[in-house]
Design a protein around this ligand. Sequence first.
Ligand SMILES: [Zn+2]
Length: 683
Amino acid sequence: MNGEHKITSGHRARTALVYLRQSTLMQVREHTQSTLRQYALADTAVALGWAPRDVEVIDRDLGLSGTSAAHRAGFRELMSRVCLGEVGAVLGLEISRLGRSNADLARLAEMARLTGTLLIDSDGVYDLADFNDWLVLGLKSTMSQAELHIMAGRLQAAKRAAAERGELRAPLPVGLVYDDDAMVVTDPDAEVRAAVADIFACFAAAGSAYGVVAAFAGRKFPQRAYGGAWAGQLRWAPLTHHRVLQVLKNPAYAGAYVYGRCVTRKKIDADGNVRTVTADLPRAQWPVLIKDHHPGYVSWEEYLAIEARLAANHTAAGARPVREGTALCQGIIICGGCGAPMAANYHGDDRASYECHSHRDGKKTPGCRSITAHAVDDAVAGALLAALTPEQVVLALAAAGEVTSQHQRTSRAAELAVERARYEADRAERAFAQVEPENRLVARTLEARWEAKLAALADAEQALAAAQDALPPLPDRASLAKLAADLPALWHAPTTTPRDRKRLLRTLIADVTLLPEANRAKARIGIRWHTGAADEIAIDRPRPTGVPAPTPTPATQLIRELGPVTSNNDLVAILAQRGYLTGAGRPFDIKAVQWVRHAYQIPSPSPYRGTEISVAEAARRLGCSPGVVYYWTETGQLDARRSPGGKLCIPWTPATEADCRARITSSGHLNPAARRTRPRQHR
Ligand SMILES: [Zn+2]
């Protein structure tokens, strides 16, 4: 070997490290020759005079790219051992490729120079303390970098050119495959095709990716594996939200060929490690987009519509999608005072209100209001039902057709699963039939396999039967048409969910505004239709619960006249006699009379007779708190009577007052002076 004379006994007394590196797992799997050659370096070290026990192999970096040392634990170990000075030589297949970045290699070379460590590759031995060797290694490292750059550049240019022709082959998403002529076609497997098509159909019906996941409950979705031991195999797994989004967002399903949808960028994290992150590019920046490149599952227009729908579902970005609650205008109602969206708040028992929350960020205006949801909803729904035209009824019928096809899809998927199971059972049977009867061991295995396939077929058939049974009967089109003709009934039908109503509302109405209104008993609602037309509805604001309607004047008049001298009980009787009703149309009761008294400040007749006074008055005269007087009446120290209205009436005489005063004087609690005259306890 070149420069073998540079190896001294000092080097041989230290460890010889063989550093193994292979860029990707695929290289490790496919280029086993290179790996074998790398392991053979250990023998080279022994041949160069190291004792076998002093030769160590660092192969933790097999399958990790050499472009940066960040994740390469093996390279870090190599560096630290070299720094400690315990390494006599580092062996690699090609030293200039130990680290793919010049910086890594320069650091290793510098440390090797300081610690007198030799670097050995198939070309020879480098002693970094020797200027010549140091220069050669530096040159080789620079060359390696340049080579990498040129290679990558050529590859990229060739890839880009092929991509622009739409001929660069990339792994296809499940549901699309390359045919024998390398053309992209839909998967020949009908079950796979049905599953992919159903994702798009379910999204059209449910309107959200989570809705698709729910529709696929209990049903599996295919996935085609690329690379590795599973390459090309089809695996079925439960459908996840992430997977639905992947399918919906993939332009390949719209028949488009796209190159460069994602870019990788280098990022330096807090620890100074370089990491590669993948980011999606906006469509306008895709380097290659060829529409109608191959047959797809949706049209390009549908793809764009799906994208818009997904964006509208994205609440974090400010979108306000339809929610489950009963408040119809949730998400589309705006405060006319400040222009901010109003929130739908639910207060137990599903009563909702629309509230302007601008006060939270200090943007509240005098025109900002909140309102009970049903007041707005009733008015808006009324306007909507009045505005629905026969064309929109046709649309509703189309939606009903969608429901029907969804039913068919569900059982179609089960049918396809049965077909697949039957095919596999047939195949297992044929394999069993072909085996020589003498070959019992093989025959037994094949028989077991056949039986397993038959069991799977039975399961699939059972699932199909269950799927067909589980489908609720569909209303026929005639009765649907009748229903649609009577839209108000359909609208109010218990089977119509709030979500359905909201969807229908949003198809026609762009937004609803609670306009500022000076009269607090009224509300004005602005409706902006998608057609661009605008309507304004004035409604009476519903009174907050607990506040009765204004009482008609004759009854008020009567209560005003008789109130100061008549008890509430008597007033109720008199009002009933004359047949007066409250503003809400109910007979007067004590509560209603009390409300009128409160509203018009009509005093009640005095409950006190003769010398009787109230608790408050007694407390005032004695100069103590009312609580003391109450305590006395409760403990029987002071006589008192309850009036029919529940008030305490205390018969008050000079003698009573004298008694009370004596009680206060003797009480240490009530009379601080009395407390002070007591002899102090001395210890
Ligand atoms: Zn507001």
